[in-house]
Design a protein around this ligand. Structure first.
Ligand code: ADP
Ligand code: MG
Length: 285
């Protein structure tokens, strides 16, 4: 690869909203046969809306939403924001939360009205010795709430697909690229989305470290892997891939971990990056 043609490629990329931070990424991309994508904020809008409240016995819908929103006030996660927004729309007065703590890819906890409140995945509540039956749903991400060691109910938030996602996956397939979704969300939602988009494979319920490990494993098996993601939770995976592609709409940590950043923040940009790398490499030969 001549430095000149790569420079030209980097320049063309910038015009098309594909910001190449590491020029080597553009070269490597041409050899990539597997694209791993994160779900939330990458395939989906990343702007979930609260669609359902399932209070447990002894709790009202408003109680459930009030405690969840109180804890999530301090969260930057889109799920947290959707819960707070729903509480505001219901004009609920939100009590203060102290001792806030968040576990990336799991959920959040804090003390609200003197009660220990935990909000997130079943595993997080189980860590607090809260007993309940966790049943996922294809309709969206189910967030579970525990108050003072008791199960208080579940909230369902659903996040629509970006308009460009389906077509972009089709284009990647046309280039002979395998698409794998890795998500921290539950298996039911992941399956429904994978089917709808004709994604080749999916893995659900993954921690940020799991995503990283799965990508390392794919590489050990001989795959050339690009990872597209947007969140703090995707940073280790972006760093583990042969080429990391961050959504420009995502978090700074993701952008720092990636060789390429997409200004538009959707999968269309991934397709553009692939086309660009192929064009650059063709000029070289
Ligand atoms: P993804 O891999 O789809 O981008 P994340 O790793 O950000 O998702 O989150 C994985 C899961 O952890 C979410 O589906 C949700 O169940 C839970 N979770 C993460 N952050 C929060 C939060 N602030 N409140 C409630 N649940 C959360
Ligand atoms: Mg994400």
């Amino acid at each position: 690869a001549t430095p000149m043609s790569i420079m030209v490629g980097v320049g063309r990329g910038a015009q098309a909203g594909v910001l190449v931070k590491e020029a080597a990424g553009l070269e490597t991309l041409q050899q990539v046969d597997t694209v791993v994508v994160d779900k939330t904020g990458t395939l989906t809008e990343g702007k979930p809306k609260l669609t359902q409240l399932e209070p447990a016995e002894g709790f009202s819908e408003d109680d459930l939403l009030k405690y969840a929103a109180a804890v999530e006030q301090n969260s930057e996660h889109p799920i947290g924001r959707s819960i707070v927004q729903a509480a505001v729309e219901r004009k609920l007065a939100l009590p203060d939360a102290t001792d806030f703590d968040s576990t990336t890819g799991q959920g959040v906890q804090a003390v609200v009205e003197g009660k220990q409140v935990v909000c997130g995945k079943p595993s997080l509540l189980k860590d607090h010795a809260i007993e309940f039956d966790a049943t996922g749903t294809p309709e969206g991400t189910k967030v579970y709430l525990g108050v003072e060691g008791k199960y208080a109910g579940a909230l369902i938030v659903s996040d629509p697909l970006k308009a460009t996602t389906e077509r972009a996956i089709q284009s990647l397939h046309e280039m002979g690229i395998r698409v794998i979704m890795m998500t921290g969300d539950n298996a039911q939602v992941a399956e429904a989305i994978a089917k709808k988009l004709h994604i080749d494979d999916y893995q659900a319920d993954l921690s940020p470290q799991d995503k990283h490990d799965r990508i390392e494993k794919l590489r050990e098996q001989g795959a050339k892997v690009a990872m597209a993601g947007d969140g703090i939770n995707d940073a280790p995976a972006l760093a583990a891939a042969d080429v990391g592609i961050a959504m420009g709409t995502g978090t700074d940590v993701a952008i720092e971990s990636a060789a390429i950043t997409l200004m538009g923040g959707d999968l269309d940009g991934v397709v553009k990056a692939f086309r660009l790398s192929r064009r650059v490499m063709r000029n070289i030969r």
